[in-house]
Design a protein around this ligand. Structure first.
Ligand code: SME
Length: 160
């Protein structure tokens, strides 16, 4: 059993710091990349409030392929440059989208999604995956969420 507790309502930098340390502990000594992505996705889902989708897309060739996630079944393949995830993968830059309907090319996997945060997972300067969070709440994510998920992406980069 992984015994970890965190107050989801504490200040975001504290919450994400605790989550990054918990993620580090979860992946410690485990080389299986699917298991590590699954546990990091589960950790995000359990402790980051007001999400309807949380998980990974992996960079495979010049497209993203669905990885471990929690939420409704989603699009499997996304070309680099398409949608929010493909834009994060193509640019290597975090995408903070307050209103998904206003994002050109947004790919609707779950009609409930209103805002989205996509963070690239970088290894040796190359995008190897993205972490995608969706929320049914408009403008759910801010810079503190982006910075926090970037910490988790650094843990993921060492573990996948
Ligand atoms: N909305 C994403 C697609 C992935 S789902 O949200 C899980 C996008 O536009 O890239």
């Amino acid at each position: 059993m992984f015994d970890f507790a965190a107050d989801p309502d504490q200040p975001k930098p504290m919450l994400y710091n605790a989550l990054a340390r918990a993620a580090d502990a979860l992946v410690e000594g485990e080389r299986d990349t699917v298991a590590n992505m699954a546990n990091i996705a589960a950790l995000i889902w359990q402790f980051v409030p007001r999400l309807n989708w949380a998980g990974f897309y992996r960079a495979v060739g010049d497209e993203l392929v669905l990885g471990p996630f929690i939420g409704k079944p989603a699009c499997i393949r996304i070309p680099f440059g398409r949608g929010v995830c493909g834009t994060a993968a193509a640019t290597g830059a975090t995408q903070l989208v307050a209103d998904v309907h206003a994002f050109p090319g947004h790919i609707a996997c779950d009609a409930d999604s209103r805002s989205e945060l996509v963070v690239p997972v970088l290894a040796h300067g190359k995008v190897i995956a993205v972490i995608d969070l969706d929320s049914p709440e408009p403008a759910r994510f801010d810079e503190a969420d982006a910075a926090g998920i970037e910490w988790l992406a650094q843990v993921a980069a060492r573990a996948i």
